[in-house]
Design a protein around this ligand. Structure first.
Ligand SMILES: Cc1cc2nc3c(=O)[nH]c(=O)nc-3n(C[C@H](O)[C@H](O)[C@H](O)COP(=O)(O)OP(=O)(O)OC[C@H]3O[C@@H](n4cnc5c(N)ncnc54)[C@H](O)[C@@H]3O)c2cc1C
Ligand SMILES: C[S@@+](CC[C@H](N)C(=O)[O-])C[C@H]1O[C@@H](n2cnc3c(N)ncnc32)[C@H](O)[C@@H]1O
Length: 549
């Protein structure tokens, strides 16, 4: 992610040093986008009747095409219409380079540009859903098009084909691109591309697109536009506003309610306890951190996408002091080493310090404060144990044994530690996190099938023993204990099940995972474009337990 991939030409037009091509016309990038991608796709006329307009772009670059499409959408949208824009990019630009490239046009893009910059994802591979506005949702997929398209499920209405010129970037313009476009198209799907290269024309034709050659932009003689030929009808959209009954007012239920309400749905939340003090989400302070993986397994993809999502959507609730991970055994050392070699995290988000890894965007947040924030404008009814719900956010399903889940007791200790000098959260198997300049939180215990409630001295003693900090001036003041619900594969369980959606087993990562879960359920309800890869959706689905039975 850190290699230098661009230079700036006249008018701050970005130029790719890797492909030897410009990102957009030096003369007038906006006019080019309008001609090639908007008019080429007959927009806005062609999207007039679509409630949810689905555009997929190959090669997001600076986002110029997205900003132009979003501006057109804002000018022409009808009541209830939404723009679902998915864009793939294998070399995401730094935020400052996007700003430099597009600053001159900023006023044309309204607040979409500023919102986008404020929510620009950490540049790590994978899916990054971004709510620009309730009716403009962008999903950035940072990956090579070859891998990314295989992970997309939803049929698209429009394709913006904007990789560099086929002569400079032949790897992108291959049959697998056209075949996947065909898989993801219906009989009204249109495409437009700046190129008129014979290999692109043939590829698209062979995949089932009817092609038209029209006048290209500026000095370019021709370009291609067309429509997919098929008897596959455009999928029907869901009802716009529904009422959802959610069981459980912990992080999972509240994050889902909060997102659904943001997406203009009605929600009612039912909580069996009389207040919010009795669940796993009532802790004062917890950690927000990514997961260190040796390879891109689904758990790595899920938790890191969820971490990046939390960083964007809940920035104001995140005390971003950084988390320093230190391996506490040989297996972890090896994993950290592989992570360093295999996963290219950008230097603005990570620092390698000998064998340790500092995640600069990680830190702490308060589960209890988050719950209060989510609940602010929601109708939460306490003291109501319900038997029927649309969404079960009840930590576990029916009992801890169902879906192979486990009950894991945990206790954190809060202490006075004057002059603790902790700059970051320190995670080394156990962890210690600064609460403020003279207080710390540390722990946590992890005890399977221990039902005892409340804080115990035994667990404080255990936490103290594990604490990596000079002990002399530490005075334990208090603590907090709760029960995690963890699945055997350490992934949450999110998706449709026989008695409604379930949203459970968020284990030790409830704060980031509950927000990701909310996005997944909103997607299943047709309120968002696909927020995570097909692999991740399958990996967290309840169907993983029933598939082979
Ligand atoms: C010691 C400890 C430390 C942790 N540290 C961290 C951390 O650092 N970072 C992090 O992200 N996560 C951490 N976690 C995990 C996190 O707290 C959980 O993953 C999260 O709180 C789970 O939220 P939930 O909404 O799924 O469950 P809960 O918060 O338990 O909420 C479920 C709710 O459903 C209600 N309910 C159940 N059945 C019904 C019904 N039939 N009708 C109505 N209501 C019902 C319950 O009463 C409960 O309030 C920690 C957990 C523990 C125990
Ligand atoms: C011409 S530029 C895109 C211009 C862009 N629409 C803009 O407004 O800035 C092409 C983009 O495609 C990306 N790209 C090239 N090959 C790719 C591939 N195989 N997979 C994903 N992205 C690719 C490049 O990194 C570059 O950002």
């Amino acid at each position: 992610m850190d290699k230098k991939i661009i230079e700036f030409k006249e008018n701050n037009t970005p130029y790719s040093t890797e492909f030897g091509d410009i990102y957009f016309s030096v003369d007038d990038g906006m006019a080019e986008t309008e001609h090639v991608f908007l008019k080429g796709n007959r927009l806005p006329e062609s999207w007039n009747d679509h409630k949810h307009i689905r555009i997929c772009e190959t090669g997001f670059g600076t986002g110029l095409n997205f900003f132009m499409a979003a501006s057109l959408f804002e000018k022409t949208k009808k009541k209830g219409q939404k723009l679902f824009y998915t864009a793939i990019e294998k070399n995401p630009l730094k935020q400052e380079d996007i700003l430099k490239s597009l600053e001159k046009w900023r006023d044309n893009f309204g607040d979409v540009f500023d919102i986008f910059l404020s929510k620009y994802p950490i540049r790590i591979s994978g899916f990054h859903p971004i709510i620009i506005k309730p009716d403009i949702i962008l999903v950035l997929i940072f990956d090579d098009i070859k891998d990314a398209l295989l992970e997309v499920n939803d049929k698209q209405d429009f394709w913006f084909l904007d990789g560099f010129a086929p002569a400079q970037n032949p790897d992108m313009w291959q049959d697998d691109l056209y075949e996947n476009m065909a898989r993801l198209s219906h009989n009204q799907t249109r495409f437009a591309t700046f190129t008129a290269a014979g290999m692109v024309k043939r590829g698209l034709e062979n995949a089932g697109f009817e092609i038209e050659k029209i006048k290209g932009f500026g000095r370019k003689r021709d370009m291609l536009v067309g429509q997919f030929q098929s008897d596959q009808k455009r999928p029907q959209e869901r009802e716009t506003c529904k009422e959802y009954r959610i069981a459980g007012a912990g992080l999972a239920g509240l994050a889902t309610g909060y997102l659904f309400a943001q997406l203009e749905q009605k929600v009612e939340i039912f909580e069996k306890h009389k207040d919010a003090q009795h669940n796993a989400s009532s802790n004062k302070i917890g950690l927000i951190s990514p997961r260190i993986g040796a390879e891109r397994i689904p758990a790595y993809e899920y938790y890191n996408a969820a971490f990046a999502l939390f960083n964007r959507e809940n920035k104001e609730h995140l005390n971003q002091i950084g988390t320093l991970f230190e391996p506490d055994n040989e297996t972890k050392s090896l994993r950290f080493e592989k992570f360093k070699n295999n996963m290219s995290w950008p230097s603005e988000a990570i620092e390698y310090k000998d064998k340790k890894i500092l995640f600069k965007d990680a830190g702490t947040a308060s589960p209890a404060a988050l719950c209060a924030h989510y609940a602010q404008n929601l109708n939460v009814q306490f003291g109501q144990k319900i038997k029927g719900a649309d969404i079960w956010a009840t930590s576990y399903h029916q009992n801890f044994d169902s879906f192979d889940t486990q009950k894991v007791r945990g206790q954190v200790s809060y202490a006075i530690a004057e002059n603790h000098n902790l700059e970051h959260v320190h995670s080394y198997g156990a962890y210690v996190a600064p609460i403020n300049k003279d207080r710390i939180s540390f722990g946590a215990t992890f005890t399977h099938w221990d039902d005892s409630e409340g804080v115990t001295e035994k667990d404080h003693a255990y936490n103290l023993e594990k604490l990596k900090l000079a002990h002399d001036d530490i005075k334990i003041e208090d603590g907090w204990a709760g029960f995690r619900c963890a699945s055997k594969d350490r992934l949450p369980i999110i998706g449709p099940h026989e008695d409604g959606y379930i949203n459970i087993a968020h284990g030790s990562h409830g704060m980031i995972s509950s927000l990701a879960a909310a996005f997944i359920l909103a997607y299943y309800e047709g309120l968002l474009p696909q927020p995570f890869s097909k692999t991740v959706l399958e990996a967290v689905s309840p169907q993983r337990y029933t598939k082979d039975k």
